[in-house]
Design a protein around this ligand. Sequence first.
Ligand code: MF3
Ligand code: CO
Length: 261
Amino acid sequence: MSKIRIKSQPEIEAMRRSGKAASLLLQRIGEGVAPGVSTYELDQISRQTIKELGGVSSFLGYQLPEHAPYPATICASINEEIIHGIPSKAVILKEGDIIGIDTAIFLGGFHGDNAFTFKVGEISEDAQKLLDVTRESLYASINEAKPGNRLGDVCYAVQECVEAHGFSVARDFVGHGIGRSMHESPQVPNFGEPGKGIRLKPGMVLAIEPMVNAGRYEAAVREDGWTAVTADSSLSAHFEHTVAVLSDGPEILTYNPDLWG
Ligand code: MF3
Ligand code: CO
């Protein structure tokens, strides 16, 4: 695995700007979520907003190993879809759905990456609980992202929270270091062992992104080669923040009170 890139003070400052832009972008897309709206339209909002913010999409054309270049600026993953749902005119939101929106922007030389699972109108109590627990697991994990702790502390915090509520973490996908590249070292799984792994240092920046299934953790990939779904068709939720490890603790670079409360 490649070396972890420690960010200097000016680099952290630049990542505050790309993180803030990403958080505004995510809010704007979320404001478009409503019954009857297609995920294509949400991608159009995203493209327009990225332009207004003066950045470039981190996703469009991105090449993950063994995948075709990604064709859109957001991932839009509905209900049993875990991540990487491709926007389409044929996918129309309906009352009661949950939709994970993952988006990132490249601005001033750095990426900001964040995701939020929105509700479409009124949702079931079970779906609401899944959203609440997934968010809680993200914040539990962020709390561990401080110097002196180890990476396993961050990973285990997600797993502990999720499994305590009877849900499971998707294991095939991970969070990641982030900076001048969207995906940097280290990988940040949503499960692990406390006290294990590399020691966290000031200047590390991590994209922490729990993907939580209401049922079992196994995933499958649809014929489009991208969309990851739960193997048992249970609901799945995804929240993500870009987080800087600073000497006095974690700083959430993608925090936006208008979206996250
Ligand atoms: N935001 C995703 C991640 O955190 C990446 C989406 S895949 C892409 O890893 F191909 F759309 F970029
Ligand atoms: Co990410």
